[in-house]
Design a protein around this ligand. Structure first.
Ligand code: GZL
Length: 332
């Protein structure tokens, strides 16, 4: 048993396990329905993984919100592998859960398994990230952030912070997971804003897969390729990669936040600590605390209430000068 796969046995959060048939809230699995003895809403949740502080906070929020006795949660951690998510979704379908919710690690490759869920009459709620499908009826709604706007906000901060210079601004970019909605959209939003100003150029761009380790490794390669004086700014698609890159910049004998300005996205505690230390210049908030809103969406879906196709999350931008005062308020 690979504990790391973390497909917890049975439904989480106490209470008797789901039983087949019987009274209470019936699953949607056709004849072989799963119902719980106590009428709880059975939810299958497939999480991307545990790759970042953001993801850890997101998982905590989801598990706290989908708690017993109202819910019976089957939680699966895919270790950032799409094939693990597809396996998990198929197991949820086989168990006849009432609702499936998941954060798709990448945008493409979901059509088949989502058609299987639809055929089993099990509604699917997307959280955090979106999918690229030909038929939007394959999911009920998506609750998540506007990643394009997050990319724009990062670029707007950079343009404002560079207003005193006319010199070229050479940017390196640490992209998120290749093919993921946040990586695709944050890049698009950032380029949309800097593209209007000839001072800015992205001289290197590569995926750090949203992790600290890979962010450090790729930043080391950027520094080697561009030289100590060849980089002015790092744009990282998440704080964890920025924190990894900060280590690489320091090991190269440079001052992060000064020799190389850094703007990233998420707004996790580690980013506020780096800003307080003067090593990160700005972070664009991407709120992971989606649990309560997700729970309400699942209640509504289970009750057959109509829902908008898109539920957005409110977020802000935080700069170095405000880090010390904001840090005590952070919930993730
Ligand atoms: C964004 C989320 C991204 C975060 C990363 O909503 O999907 O995935 O920005 C996380 O930290 O790994």
């Amino acid at each position: 048993m690979h504990r790391g796969r973390s497909d917890e046995e049975g439904f989480e959060a106490g209470g008797g396990d789901a039983v087949r048939g019987g009274l209470g809230a019936c699953g949607k699995g056709g004849n072989d329905t799963t119902a719980t003895k106590d009428g709880a809403i059975t939810v299958g949740f497939s999480q991307v993984g545990a790759e970042s502080e953001w993801r850890t906070a997101n998982t905590r929020s989801v598990k706290e919100a989908l708690a017993a006795p109202e819910f019976k949660l089957k939680f699966s951690d895919a270790q950032q592998k799409q094939e693990n998510q597809i396996k998990a979704l198929r197991s949820f379908i086989a168990r006849g859960v009432d609702v499936i919710a998941f954060s798709p690690v990448v945008e493409s490759g979901w059509e088949t398994v989502l058609r299987e869920a639809k055929a089993a009459n099990i509604p699917v709620v997307l959280t955090d990230r979106g999918v690229d499908v030909s038929d939007e009826s394959l999911f009920t709604t998506l609750i998540g952030s506007d990643f394009v706007e997050e990319g724009r906000r990062a670029a707007r901060w950079l343009v404002e912070d560079s207003k005193a210079t006319t010199a070229p601004v050479r940017i390196v970019e640490l992209q998120g997971t290749v093919g993921s909605a946040p990586a695709i959209d944050r890049m698009a939003g950032f380029k949309e804003v800097i593209g209007a100003d000839p001072r800015f150029a992205i001289v290197r761009s590569q995926s750090g897969d949203f992790t600290r380790a890979k962010g450090k490794e790729v930043m080391e390669a950027f520094l080697k390729a561009e030289g100590r004086d060849g980089i002015d700014v790092l744009f990282a698609h998440n704080d964890d990669m920025a924190i990894g890159a900060i280590q690489a910049i320091e090991e190269a004998g440079l001052k992060p936040g000064e020799d190389i300005r850094i703007v990233s996205i998420d707004g996790v505690r580690g980013a506020f600590e780096a800003m307080k230390a003067g090593k990160l210049n700005a972070t664009v908030e991407c709120n992971p605390l989606l649990g309560p809103q997700l729970a309400q969406i699942i209640r509504d879906v289970h009750a057959g209430k109509p829902l908008p196709k898109r539920v957005e999350v409110e977020e802000g931008v935080f700069t170095r000068d405000k880090a010390a005062t904001e840090l005590p308020n952070r919930k993730y």
